[in-house]
Design a protein around this ligand. Structure first.
Ligand code: LLP
Length: 440
Protein backbone atom coordinates (compact mmCIF):
# COMPACT_ATOMS: atom_id res chain seq x y z
CA UNK A 1 0.00 0.00 0.00
CA UNK A 2 0.96 3.62 -0.18
CA UNK A 3 3.01 4.87 2.72
CA UNK A 4 4.85 7.99 3.72
CA UNK A 5 8.43 8.76 2.85
CA UNK A 6 10.44 9.74 5.94
CA UNK A 7 11.34 13.41 5.60
CA UNK A 8 14.55 13.24 7.59
CA UNK A 9 16.30 10.76 5.34
CA UNK A 10 14.54 10.54 2.00
CA UNK A 11 15.41 7.77 -0.43
CA UNK A 12 17.71 8.78 -3.28
CA UNK A 13 15.97 9.84 -6.47
CA UNK A 14 16.29 7.85 -9.68
CA UNK A 15 18.61 10.51 -11.08
CA UNK A 16 20.79 10.25 -7.97
CA UNK A 17 20.90 6.45 -8.15
CA UNK A 18 22.06 6.59 -11.77
CA UNK A 19 24.56 9.39 -11.14
CA UNK A 20 26.22 7.40 -8.35
CA UNK A 21 26.82 4.44 -10.69
CA UNK A 22 29.34 5.10 -13.47
CA UNK A 23 28.17 2.00 -15.37
CA UNK A 24 24.57 3.29 -15.70
CA UNK A 25 23.23 6.05 -17.95
CA UNK A 26 19.74 7.05 -19.03
CA UNK A 27 19.38 7.49 -22.80
CA UNK A 28 16.40 9.47 -24.05
CA UNK A 29 15.35 6.90 -26.67
CA UNK A 30 17.04 3.64 -25.65
CA UNK A 31 16.29 3.96 -21.96
CA UNK A 32 18.62 2.70 -19.22
CA UNK A 33 22.07 1.73 -20.51
CA UNK A 34 24.43 -0.60 -18.60
CA UNK A 35 27.97 0.06 -19.80
CA UNK A 36 27.10 0.56 -23.51
CA UNK A 37 24.10 -1.76 -23.79
CA UNK A 38 20.41 -0.78 -23.58
CA UNK A 39 18.95 -3.09 -20.95
CA UNK A 40 15.75 -3.19 -23.02
CA UNK A 41 17.67 -5.11 -25.71
CA UNK A 42 18.46 -7.85 -23.19
CA UNK A 43 14.89 -7.96 -21.88
CA UNK A 44 13.56 -8.08 -25.46
CA UNK A 45 15.85 -10.99 -26.35
CA UNK A 46 15.70 -13.09 -23.18
CA UNK A 47 12.41 -11.91 -21.59
CA UNK A 48 12.18 -11.08 -17.87
CA UNK A 49 13.06 -11.78 -15.14
CA UNK A 50 16.67 -11.74 -16.34
CA UNK A 51 19.99 -10.88 -14.71
CA UNK A 52 22.53 -8.66 -16.46
CA UNK A 53 26.16 -8.45 -15.33
CA UNK A 54 28.77 -5.95 -16.49
CA UNK A 55 32.17 -7.50 -17.18
CA UNK A 56 33.72 -4.08 -17.73
CA UNK A 57 32.44 -2.93 -14.36
CA UNK A 58 33.80 -6.00 -12.56
CA UNK A 59 37.15 -5.61 -14.31
CA UNK A 60 37.35 -1.92 -13.40
CA UNK A 61 36.51 -2.57 -9.76
CA UNK A 62 39.13 -5.32 -9.47
CA UNK A 63 41.69 -3.04 -11.12
CA UNK A 64 40.87 -0.21 -8.70
CA UNK A 65 41.22 -2.51 -5.69
CA UNK A 66 44.46 -4.01 -6.99
CA UNK A 67 45.88 -0.56 -7.69
CA UNK A 68 45.08 0.53 -4.14
CA UNK A 69 47.07 -2.44 -2.81
CA UNK A 70 50.19 -1.44 -4.80
CA UNK A 71 53.34 -1.64 -2.73
CA UNK A 72 51.81 -4.16 -0.33
CA UNK A 73 52.51 -7.87 -0.70
CA UNK A 74 48.75 -8.43 -0.96
CA UNK A 75 46.67 -10.62 -3.22
CA UNK A 76 42.96 -10.63 -4.02
CA UNK A 77 41.16 -13.95 -3.56
CA UNK A 78 37.66 -13.32 -4.87
CA UNK A 79 34.95 -14.82 -2.62
CA UNK A 80 33.26 -17.11 -5.15
CA UNK A 81 30.07 -17.34 -3.08
CA UNK A 82 29.09 -13.79 -4.11
CA UNK A 83 28.65 -14.75 -7.76
CA UNK A 84 29.95 -18.07 -8.99
CA UNK A 85 29.12 -17.91 -12.70
CA UNK A 86 32.00 -19.29 -14.79
CA UNK A 87 32.12 -16.12 -16.93
CA UNK A 88 32.35 -13.92 -13.83
CA UNK A 89 35.15 -16.10 -12.46
CA UNK A 90 36.92 -15.86 -15.82
CA UNK A 91 36.72 -12.05 -15.86
CA UNK A 92 38.18 -11.84 -12.36
CA UNK A 93 40.82 -14.53 -12.99
CA UNK A 94 42.00 -12.65 -16.08
CA UNK A 95 42.20 -9.55 -13.91
CA UNK A 96 44.63 -11.41 -11.65
CA UNK A 97 42.35 -12.60 -8.83
CA UNK A 98 42.61 -15.94 -7.09
CA UNK A 99 39.60 -17.49 -5.36
CA UNK A 100 38.21 -18.02 -1.88
CA UNK A 101 35.95 -21.08 -1.93
CA UNK A 102 33.76 -22.66 0.74
CA UNK A 103 32.68 -25.94 -0.85
CA UNK A 104 33.77 -28.65 -3.25
CA UNK A 105 31.35 -27.17 -5.75
CA UNK A 106 32.93 -23.72 -5.57
CA UNK A 107 36.38 -25.32 -5.87
CA UNK A 108 35.24 -27.17 -9.00
CA UNK A 109 33.79 -23.97 -10.47
CA UNK A 110 36.98 -22.01 -9.78
CA UNK A 111 39.16 -24.68 -11.39
CA UNK A 112 36.75 -25.01 -14.31
CA UNK A 113 36.92 -21.25 -14.90
CA UNK A 114 40.69 -21.46 -15.15
CA UNK A 115 41.78 -20.32 -11.69
CA UNK A 116 44.85 -22.43 -10.81
CA UNK A 117 44.56 -24.53 -7.63
CA UNK A 118 47.57 -22.71 -6.23
CA UNK A 119 45.54 -19.48 -6.24
CA UNK A 120 42.65 -20.94 -4.22
CA UNK A 121 42.05 -20.70 -0.48
CA UNK A 122 39.39 -22.89 1.15
CA UNK A 123 37.30 -21.34 3.94
CA UNK A 124 34.21 -22.55 5.81
CA UNK A 125 33.30 -24.32 9.03
CA UNK A 126 32.24 -27.70 7.64
CA UNK A 127 34.74 -29.03 5.10
CA UNK A 128 34.08 -32.74 4.53
CA UNK A 129 36.79 -35.37 4.02
CA UNK A 130 35.86 -35.55 0.33
CA UNK A 131 36.18 -31.78 -0.04
CA UNK A 132 39.53 -31.79 1.75
CA UNK A 133 40.80 -34.53 -0.55
CA UNK A 134 39.62 -32.67 -3.67
CA UNK A 135 41.34 -29.51 -2.47
CA UNK A 136 44.60 -31.39 -1.80
CA UNK A 137 44.38 -32.92 -5.28
CA UNK A 138 44.00 -29.43 -6.71
CA UNK A 139 47.08 -28.24 -4.80
CA UNK A 140 45.30 -25.30 -3.17
CA UNK A 141 47.25 -22.45 -1.54
CA UNK A 142 45.80 -23.01 1.93
CA UNK A 143 42.97 -24.28 4.08
CA UNK A 144 41.57 -21.67 6.45
CA UNK A 145 40.95 -23.91 9.45
CA UNK A 146 38.08 -23.18 11.80
CA UNK A 147 38.58 -25.63 14.70
CA UNK A 148 40.84 -28.14 16.43
CA UNK A 149 38.70 -30.97 15.09
CA UNK A 150 39.11 -29.69 11.57
CA UNK A 151 42.90 -29.65 11.98
CA UNK A 152 42.69 -33.33 12.90
CA UNK A 153 40.46 -34.08 9.91
CA UNK A 154 42.78 -32.34 7.43
CA UNK A 155 45.78 -34.05 9.00
CA UNK A 156 44.10 -37.45 8.62
CA UNK A 157 43.19 -36.95 4.96
CA UNK A 158 46.53 -35.40 4.00
CA UNK A 159 48.58 -38.06 5.78
CA UNK A 160 46.53 -40.84 4.13
CA UNK A 161 47.17 -39.23 0.73
CA UNK A 162 50.86 -38.72 1.46
CA UNK A 163 50.41 -34.96 1.09
CA UNK A 164 51.18 -31.92 3.18
CA UNK A 165 48.30 -29.49 3.61
CA UNK A 166 49.13 -25.78 3.99
CA UNK A 167 46.89 -24.51 6.80
CA UNK A 168 46.07 -21.08 8.18
CA UNK A 169 44.19 -20.78 11.44
CA UNK A 170 41.06 -18.67 11.15
CA UNK A 171 40.89 -16.77 14.39
CA UNK A 172 37.83 -15.05 15.72
CA UNK A 173 39.08 -11.60 16.73
CA UNK A 174 35.91 -10.85 18.74
CA UNK A 175 35.20 -7.62 16.90
CA UNK A 176 31.68 -6.40 16.11
CA UNK A 177 31.62 -5.33 12.47
CA UNK A 178 28.44 -3.38 13.13
CA UNK A 179 26.66 -4.95 10.19
CA UNK A 180 23.44 -6.97 9.82
CA UNK A 181 23.26 -9.71 12.52
CA UNK A 182 22.79 -12.40 9.85
CA UNK A 183 26.09 -11.54 8.17
CA UNK A 184 28.39 -10.64 11.06
CA UNK A 185 30.97 -13.34 11.78
CA UNK A 186 33.78 -12.02 13.93
CA UNK A 187 32.26 -11.79 17.41
CA UNK A 188 32.93 -14.36 20.12
CA UNK A 189 29.71 -16.41 20.01
CA UNK A 190 29.50 -16.42 16.19
CA UNK A 191 30.08 -19.91 14.81
CA UNK A 192 33.19 -18.84 12.89
CA UNK A 193 36.86 -19.14 13.71
CA UNK A 194 39.02 -20.32 16.55
CA UNK A 195 38.69 -18.41 19.84
CA UNK A 196 41.49 -15.85 19.93
CA UNK A 197 42.87 -17.26 23.16
CA UNK A 198 43.18 -20.80 21.72
CA UNK A 199 45.10 -19.79 18.61
CA UNK A 200 48.60 -20.09 20.08
CA UNK A 201 48.04 -23.61 21.38
CA UNK A 202 46.43 -24.73 18.10
CA UNK A 203 49.19 -23.26 15.99
CA UNK A 204 51.66 -25.40 17.91
CA UNK A 205 49.38 -28.38 17.48
CA UNK A 206 49.16 -27.79 13.71
CA UNK A 207 52.96 -27.72 13.54
CA UNK A 208 53.13 -31.07 15.32
CA UNK A 209 50.42 -32.98 13.44
CA UNK A 210 51.40 -35.14 10.44
CA UNK A 211 50.45 -33.87 7.01
CA UNK A 212 50.09 -30.23 8.03
CA UNK A 213 52.20 -27.16 7.40
CA UNK A 214 50.99 -24.04 9.22
CA UNK A 215 51.50 -21.04 6.98
CA UNK A 216 49.69 -18.30 8.86
CA UNK A 217 46.45 -16.88 10.16
CA UNK A 218 43.12 -15.87 8.65
CA UNK A 219 40.16 -13.81 9.77
CA UNK A 220 36.90 -12.53 8.34
CA UNK A 221 34.72 -10.32 10.50
CA UNK A 222 31.56 -9.92 8.46
CA UNK A 223 30.04 -8.52 5.31
CA UNK A 224 28.76 -5.16 4.01
CA UNK A 225 31.17 -3.21 6.23
CA UNK A 226 31.40 0.46 5.24
CA UNK A 227 33.49 1.80 8.12
CA UNK A 228 37.15 1.18 8.84
CA UNK A 229 37.09 0.94 12.64
CA UNK A 230 36.16 -2.79 12.78
CA UNK A 231 39.00 -3.61 10.38
CA UNK A 232 41.46 -1.55 12.39
CA UNK A 233 40.48 -3.37 15.58
CA UNK A 234 40.59 -6.84 14.01
CA UNK A 235 43.89 -6.27 12.23
CA UNK A 236 45.50 -4.93 15.42
CA UNK A 237 44.55 -8.14 17.20
CA UNK A 238 45.83 -10.24 14.28
CA UNK A 239 49.15 -8.36 14.20
CA UNK A 240 49.58 -8.91 17.94
CA UNK A 241 48.93 -12.62 17.52
CA UNK A 242 51.44 -12.88 14.66
CA UNK A 243 54.07 -11.26 16.90
CA UNK A 244 53.29 -13.62 19.77
CA UNK A 245 53.50 -16.68 17.56
CA UNK A 246 56.74 -15.56 15.96
CA UNK A 247 58.24 -14.79 19.35
CA UNK A 248 57.45 -18.40 20.29
CA UNK A 249 59.40 -19.57 17.25
CA UNK A 250 56.56 -20.28 14.84
CA UNK A 251 56.99 -19.20 11.27
CA UNK A 252 53.95 -17.07 10.30
CA UNK A 253 54.26 -16.04 6.67
CA UNK A 254 50.70 -15.16 5.66
CA UNK A 255 47.66 -13.36 6.93
CA UNK A 256 44.33 -13.68 5.15
CA UNK A 257 42.39 -10.55 6.13
CA UNK A 258 39.02 -11.78 4.84
CA UNK A 259 36.44 -9.83 2.88
CA UNK A 260 33.47 -7.73 3.86
CA UNK A 261 34.04 -4.46 1.98
CA UNK A 262 30.62 -2.87 1.68
CA UNK A 263 28.92 -1.09 -1.21
CA UNK A 264 26.45 1.81 -1.38
CA UNK A 265 23.07 0.22 -1.97
CA UNK A 266 21.07 3.22 -0.83
CA UNK A 267 23.54 5.97 -0.07
CA UNK A 268 26.78 6.38 -2.00
CA UNK A 269 28.92 5.31 0.94
CA UNK A 270 30.89 2.29 -0.22
CA UNK A 271 34.17 1.12 1.25
CA UNK A 272 37.05 3.01 -0.39
CA UNK A 273 39.96 0.79 -1.55
CA UNK A 274 42.65 3.39 -0.85
CA UNK A 275 41.38 3.88 2.70
CA UNK A 276 41.17 0.11 3.29
CA UNK A 277 44.70 -0.33 1.91
CA UNK A 278 45.83 2.42 4.28
CA UNK A 279 44.50 0.42 7.21
CA UNK A 280 46.41 -2.64 5.99
CA UNK A 281 49.60 -0.62 5.64
CA UNK A 282 49.29 0.89 9.11
CA UNK A 283 48.44 -2.41 10.80
CA UNK A 284 51.14 -4.57 9.24
CA UNK A 285 53.96 -2.12 8.43
CA UNK A 286 57.38 -3.76 8.56
CA UNK A 287 56.00 -7.19 9.49
CA UNK A 288 57.07 -8.97 6.29
CA UNK A 289 53.68 -10.64 5.96
CA UNK A 290 52.12 -11.91 2.77
CA UNK A 291 48.56 -10.54 2.88
CA UNK A 292 45.43 -11.89 1.25
CA UNK A 293 41.98 -10.35 1.03
CA UNK A 294 38.73 -12.11 0.14
CA UNK A 295 36.29 -9.53 -1.22
CA UNK A 296 33.10 -10.72 -2.89
CA UNK A 297 30.35 -8.11 -2.81
CA UNK A 298 32.58 -5.09 -3.46
CA UNK A 299 33.88 -6.55 -6.72
CA UNK A 300 30.63 -7.75 -8.25
CA UNK A 301 27.68 -6.30 -6.32
CA UNK A 302 27.26 -3.03 -8.24
CA UNK A 303 28.05 -4.88 -11.49
CA UNK A 304 24.72 -6.70 -11.72
CA UNK A 305 21.04 -5.85 -12.13
CA UNK A 306 17.88 -7.90 -12.12
CA UNK A 307 15.45 -6.83 -14.84
CA UNK A 308 11.75 -7.32 -14.24
CA UNK A 309 8.43 -6.39 -15.84
CA UNK A 310 5.37 -5.07 -14.04
CA UNK A 311 2.81 -7.87 -14.34
CA UNK A 312 0.01 -5.93 -12.74
CA UNK A 313 -0.60 -2.89 -10.59
CA UNK A 314 -2.97 -3.97 -7.85
CA UNK A 315 -4.44 -1.47 -5.38
CA UNK A 316 -1.18 0.44 -5.15
CA UNK A 317 1.03 -2.64 -5.12
CA UNK A 318 3.30 -2.98 -8.11
CA UNK A 319 3.59 -6.72 -8.80
CA UNK A 320 6.73 -7.68 -10.74
CA UNK A 321 7.53 -10.91 -12.57
CA UNK A 322 10.69 -11.20 -10.45
CA UNK A 323 10.39 -12.44 -6.89
CA UNK A 324 12.14 -13.40 -3.67
CA UNK A 325 13.09 -16.72 -5.25
CA UNK A 326 15.22 -14.72 -7.73
CA UNK A 327 16.63 -12.04 -5.41
CA UNK A 328 16.31 -13.12 -1.78
CA UNK A 329 18.15 -10.22 -0.11
CA UNK A 330 15.17 -7.93 0.59
CA UNK A 331 13.16 -10.82 2.09
CA UNK A 332 16.11 -12.21 4.06
CA UNK A 333 17.85 -9.09 5.31
CA UNK A 334 15.36 -6.27 4.67
CA UNK A 335 17.96 -5.17 2.14
CA UNK A 336 17.39 -1.94 0.21
CA UNK A 337 17.98 -2.18 -3.54
CA UNK A 338 17.52 0.73 -5.94
CA UNK A 339 14.74 0.33 -8.49
CA UNK A 340 14.95 2.25 -11.77
CA UNK A 341 12.47 2.18 -14.66
CA UNK A 342 14.11 1.26 -17.98
CA UNK A 343 12.16 3.90 -19.94
CA UNK A 344 13.46 7.49 -19.80
CA UNK A 345 9.95 8.97 -19.84
CA UNK A 346 8.97 6.95 -16.81
CA UNK A 347 12.17 7.78 -14.94
CA UNK A 348 11.51 11.50 -15.34
CA UNK A 349 7.92 11.48 -14.05
CA UNK A 350 7.16 12.80 -10.56
CA UNK A 351 7.60 10.17 -7.86
CA UNK A 352 4.89 8.71 -5.64
CA UNK A 353 5.45 6.19 -2.84
CA UNK A 354 4.94 2.66 -4.15
CA UNK A 355 5.18 -0.83 -2.72
CA UNK A 356 7.00 -3.12 -5.14
CA UNK A 357 6.43 -6.84 -4.64
CA UNK A 358 6.88 -10.20 -6.36
CA UNK A 359 4.23 -12.81 -7.13
CA UNK A 360 5.39 -15.41 -4.57
CA UNK A 361 2.83 -16.31 -1.92
CA UNK A 362 4.64 -14.77 1.05
CA UNK A 363 4.43 -11.28 2.48
CA UNK A 364 8.23 -11.28 2.64
CA UNK A 365 8.22 -11.22 -1.16
CA UNK A 366 8.58 -7.44 -1.11
CA UNK A 367 11.32 -5.52 -2.93
CA UNK A 368 10.44 -2.07 -1.61
CA UNK A 369 7.91 -0.34 0.63
CA UNK A 370 6.74 3.24 0.12
CA UNK A 371 9.51 3.74 -2.41
CA UNK A 372 9.35 7.04 -4.30
CA UNK A 373 8.91 5.92 -7.90
CA UNK A 374 7.17 7.28 -10.96
CA UNK A 375 3.70 5.78 -11.39
CA UNK A 376 4.26 2.40 -13.07
CA UNK A 377 1.85 0.61 -15.39
CA UNK A 378 1.42 -3.00 -16.46
CA UNK A 379 4.20 -3.96 -18.87
CA UNK A 380 6.71 -1.36 -17.65
CA UNK A 381 10.20 -2.67 -17.07
CA UNK A 382 12.47 -1.90 -14.12
CA UNK A 383 16.04 -2.68 -13.13
CA UNK A 384 16.69 -3.74 -9.55
CA UNK A 385 20.19 -2.43 -8.87
CA UNK A 386 23.31 -3.80 -7.18
CA UNK A 387 22.20 -7.41 -7.57
CA UNK A 388 25.53 -8.76 -8.84
CA UNK A 389 26.53 -10.20 -5.44
CA UNK A 390 24.41 -12.68 -3.49
CA UNK A 391 21.77 -12.44 -6.21
CA UNK A 392 21.55 -15.35 -8.65
CA UNK A 393 23.66 -17.54 -6.33
CA UNK A 394 20.95 -17.36 -3.68
CA UNK A 395 18.03 -17.98 -6.06
CA UNK A 396 15.73 -20.92 -5.56
CA UNK A 397 12.90 -22.42 -7.57
CA UNK A 398 10.35 -21.78 -4.80
CA UNK A 399 6.78 -21.67 -6.13
CA UNK A 400 8.14 -23.78 -9.04
CA UNK A 401 9.63 -20.70 -10.63
CA UNK A 402 12.47 -21.61 -13.05
CA UNK A 403 15.88 -19.98 -12.53
CA UNK A 404 16.16 -16.77 -14.56
CA UNK A 405 18.59 -16.39 -17.47
CA UNK A 406 21.75 -14.29 -17.28
CA UNK A 407 23.36 -11.91 -19.78
CA UNK A 408 26.94 -10.64 -19.66
CA UNK A 409 27.63 -7.13 -20.94
CA UNK A 410 31.14 -6.03 -21.84
CA UNK A 411 31.24 -2.46 -23.05
CA UNK A 412 28.98 -2.30 -26.12
CA UNK A 413 28.72 -6.11 -26.50
CA UNK A 414 26.60 -8.59 -24.65
CA UNK A 415 25.93 -12.32 -24.74
CA UNK A 416 23.58 -14.69 -22.93
CA UNK A 417 25.60 -16.68 -20.38
CA UNK A 418 22.82 -18.79 -18.88
CA UNK A 419 19.56 -19.92 -20.46
CA UNK A 420 16.27 -19.71 -18.62
CA UNK A 421 15.73 -23.01 -16.83
CA UNK A 422 13.15 -25.04 -18.76
CA UNK A 423 10.04 -25.94 -16.78
CA UNK A 424 10.78 -29.69 -17.20
CA UNK A 425 14.13 -29.15 -15.47
CA UNK A 426 12.16 -28.34 -12.32
CA UNK A 427 11.41 -32.04 -11.86
CA UNK A 428 14.67 -33.37 -13.30
CA UNK A 429 15.88 -36.24 -11.13
CA UNK A 430 12.51 -36.70 -9.44
CA UNK A 431 10.66 -39.99 -9.76
CA UNK A 432 7.23 -41.25 -8.80
CA UNK A 433 7.49 -44.83 -7.41
CA UNK A 434 5.30 -47.34 -9.20
CA UNK A 435 3.78 -48.53 -5.91
CA UNK A 436 1.88 -45.27 -5.65
CA UNK A 437 -0.27 -46.45 -8.54
CA UNK A 438 -0.76 -50.01 -7.25
CA UNK A 439 -4.07 -51.24 -5.80
CA UNK A 440 -7.12 -49.12 -5.37
N1 LLP B 1 35.38 -14.65 3.22
C1 LLP B 1 34.59 -15.36 4.03
C2 LLP B 1 35.18 -16.36 4.92
C3 LLP B 1 33.18 -15.15 4.01
O1 LLP B 1 32.41 -15.85 4.82
C4 LLP B 1 32.64 -14.17 3.15
C5 LLP B 1 31.19 -13.92 3.09
C6 LLP B 1 33.51 -13.46 2.30
C7 LLP B 1 34.89 -13.71 2.39
C8 LLP B 1 33.02 -12.42 1.34
O2 LLP B 1 32.38 -11.37 1.98
P1 LLP B 1 32.01 -10.05 1.14
O3 LLP B 1 33.29 -9.42 0.72
O4 LLP B 1 31.20 -10.47 -0.02
O5 LLP B 1 31.25 -9.22 2.10
N2 LLP B 1 24.30 -13.30 1.63
C9 LLP B 1 24.70 -12.12 2.40
C10 LLP B 1 26.20 -12.04 2.56
C11 LLP B 1 26.82 -13.26 3.20
C12 LLP B 1 28.33 -13.18 3.31
C13 LLP B 1 28.91 -14.50 3.73
N3 LLP B 1 30.35 -14.54 3.81
C14 LLP B 1 24.13 -10.89 1.72
O6 LLP B 1 23.45 -11.02 0.71
O7 LLP B 1 24.30 -9.78 2.22
Amino acid sequence: MFGTVPLADPDPTIAELIAARPHLRMHAQDGLLFEGVPLNAIADALATPVWAYGAGTMRARLAALTAALAGLDAHVHYAVKANDHLAVLRVLARGGAGADVVSGGELARALRAGIPGGRVVFSGVGKTAAEIAAALDAGIAQFNVESARELDAISDVAAAMGRTAPVALRVNPDVDAGTHPKITTGRAGDKFGIPYGDAHMLYARAAALPGLRPVGLALHIGSQIVTLAPYRAAFARAAALVRTLRAAGHPVARLDCGGGLGIGYRDPTEAVPAAFAGVLRAAFAGMDLELMIEPGRWLVGPAGVLLATVVRVKDGWVVLDAAMNDLARPAMYDAWHGIVPLAAVRAQAAAVPLDVVGPVCESADTFARARPLPPLADGDRVAILDAGAYGAVMSSTYNARPLAPIALIDGARWAPIRARQPVEALWHGESVPAFLDEGS
